[in-house]
Design a protein around this ligand. Structure first.
Ligand code: G3P
Length: 217
């Protein structure tokens, strides 16, 4: 299972990268705005800075919602760095754009996916990744993890190579449940990744080991 971090915060990206477990980064316009990164040039430079920190795929989202605009933006983004994956929204022109990029060998991430039907279309178009938003489904009393299960079943039935990128992950149990279901990737905040470290018995056990070591020395 690949671990992506879902942030545009360079310090957090560095921290996850330094742990040695990071496989990539996902961003979106909201996460960029949260870091105060605005304006075309600043956003482009920020993508480049992220690519310099991590070794894996970095999703960069198009803003256009029409086919020509998405192609123009996506091709420019893909040229920035070989690690860039063009993130495209799940709309009809987005599906056309994903097919276009896929035929050209440009990696894509189909975002804002909330149903199995949408995930099926993304795979048919040849998306590299599909991003079902599990936290946002949970927010509206709908089973986010259930959607991951449905997509896993459908993709396995037909051998689709599109990777399931569980997005809008909010906490450790989302990560663990996605791993059980067989999501290819999860993207979440540093807090959720760090949360996997925690267990009181680890802390108690380590304190005891250190105490006993001191007794013997
Ligand atoms: O990966 C998608 C993500 O950025 C959305 O997360 O927590 O805003 O639903 P959230």
């Amino acid at each position: 299972m690949k671990f992506f971090i879902d942030t545009a915060n360079l310090d957090q990206i560095k921290e996850a990268q330094d742990m040695g477990i990071l496989d990539g980064v996902t961003t979106n316009p909201s996460l960029m705005a949260k870091e105060g990164i605005t304006g075309h040039e600043n956003i482009i430079n920020h993508y480049k800075a992220i690519c310099e920190i991590v070794d894996g795929d970095v999703s960069a989202e198009v803003i256009a919602t029409d086919f020509e605009g998405m192609i123009r933006e996506g091709e420019a983004l893909a040229k920035l760095h070989p690690q860039i994956v063009v993130k495209v929204p799940m709309i009809k022109d987005g599906i056309k754009a994903i097919k276009y990029f896929s035929d050209k060998g440009i990696k894509t991430n189909c975002t804002l996916v909330f149903s199995a039907g949408q995930a099926l279309l993304a795979a048919k178009a040849g998306a590299t990744y599909v991003s079902p938003f599990i936290g946002r489904l949970d927010d509206v009393s709908t089973d986010g993890l259930g959607l991951i299960q449905e997509i896993r079943l459908i993709y396995d039935n037909y051998g689709f190579e599109t990777q399931i990128l569980a997005a809008s992950v909010r906490h450790t149990m989302h990560i663990i449940d996605c791993a059980k279901i067989g999501a290819d990737v999860m993207t979440g905040p540093l807090k959720a990744i760090d949360g996997l470290l925690n267990h009181p018995l680890t802390d108690i056990g380590l304190a005891k080991f250190l105490e006993d070591f001191k007794k013997g020395n």
